[in-house]
Write a protein that binds this ligand. Structure first.
Ligand code: NAD
Length: 338
């Protein structure tokens, strides 16, 4: 299979590409070509693909998914698209939603149009549980109405609806995954786990939003990538699959674990004003992907989190590269290309 991976230099996309090319996990034959298209925004980094850079099956194209000419030239010859490229950070979407609508809606639309035009076999759109909004108790099934609260989540929900419309209207084999919060190595230190870990390792305080009672389900990036591969290889056209990690924690509980792993105490925590529109709890029901495709998370959160902290400890040069300004102190930094 020849696969075009968008956003393959980002956190999850690069894990997916590395696992496609190095692990025998899949049920189908190994891919014969993996083309990564990535704009290398502040969140994308070629070093994330260093482990597979020498693999002759990997092609890297620096480019924007909004560039219809580029996508038209790239897509023919591929059997599948796995679409990770996105603006992905909620705080940035609150500061300015424009890039989110551009990439997460119009960029996806560019890909969908090209997919129809060139008769692509399968299109996997990687989405998020945030499209469902917030749930005080219980879990969302895939049929739950979408009720996104942040501009990021709204742009992803728009993308989901657009992708499904291409299935219903044009017969494109679209499959959607909606996962919970990912963690693991190579995550840009703007998301809570790498942000807290890198700040703690540097002796700084960490900013905990509001009362710290917000609840998230944590999913190791290895488990997420395995789920996406299952959907790519054995999912059904037009279907949505929730992907959960099985570890629900309040942000306060998560902070306690990170403090313990970094040898720090609660004096290093700053309680800061809550994020506007902050969803209280996310929880996906992932029984569909379990019963249809045999998915279950394999990574224990305790081990996965300890390994993640150890990775940030050992890879300072990866996260000490110049970063856009910290959203904790300023949300106005422009994106930086590298
Ligand atoms: P990321 O921000 O680490 O990576 C995004 C990648 O997309 C980067 O490499 C960036 O350069 C690239 N990109 C951005 N705009 C682009 C454009 N216009 N054209 C081409 N490339 C572009 O994100 P991530 O955490 O790896 O998330 C990947 C996908 O998973 C996203 O669609 C996100 O919505 C979804 N998701 C992530 C999480 C999570 O916890 N990280 C949870 C649920 C869903």
């Amino acid at each position: 299979m020849k696969i075009l991976v968008t956003g393959g230099a980002g956190f999850i996309g690069s894990h997916f590409v590395r696992s496609l090319l190095t692990s025998g996990e899949g049920t189908g034959s190994p891919p014969t070509l993996v083309t990564v298209v990535d704009a290398l925004t502040y969140a994308g980094h070629r070093a994330n693909l260093a482990a597979v850079a020498a693999d002759s099956r990997l092609a890297f194209v620096r480019g924007d998914i909004l560039d219809a000419g580029l996508i038209d030239g790239l897509l023919p010859g591929h059997d599948a698209v796995v679409h990770f490229a996105a603006e992905s950070h909620v705080d940035r979407s609150i500061a300015s939603g424009h890039a989110f609508v551009a990439t997460n809606v119009l960029g996806l639309h560019t890909l969908l149009q090209a997919a129809v035009r060139h008769g692509l076999r399968t299109f996997v759109h990687v989405s998020t549980d945030e499209v469902y909004g917030s749930i005080p108790a219980g879990s969302w099934t895939e049929e739950h109405p979408l009720a996104p609260n942040s501009p990021y989540a709204a742009s992803k929900a728009s993308g989901d609806l657009l992708a499904l419309s291409y299935h219903r209207t044009h017969g494109l084999d679209v499959r959607i995954t909606r996962c919970s919060n990912n963690y693991g190595p190579h995550q840009f230190p703007e998301k809570v786990i790498p942000r807290f870990v890198t700040r703690l390792l540097d002796g700084h305080k960490v900013p905990l939003y509001g009362d710290g009672r917000h609840v998230r389900d944590w999913l190791h990036v290895d488990d997420h990538c395995r789920a996406v591969r299952l959907v790519l290889e054995r999912g059904r056209p037009g279907e949505v699959y929730n992907v959960g990690g099985g570890t629900e924690l309040t942000n306060e509980q998560l902070t306690q674990r990170l403090l313990d792993l970094c040898g720090a105490g609660w004096s290093r925590v700053d309680h800061v004003a809550d994020r506007p529109g902050h969803d209280a709890r996310y929880s996906v029901d992932w029984s569909k992907i379990r019963s249809e495709l045999g998915y279950a998370p394999r990574r224990s959160f305790t081990d996965g989190l300890a390994e993640t902290v150890a990775w940030y400890r050992a890879n300072r040069s990866w996260w000490e590269r110049p970063a856009p300004s910290d959203p904790y102190s300023s949300l106005s930094a422009p994106e930086r290309n590298r």
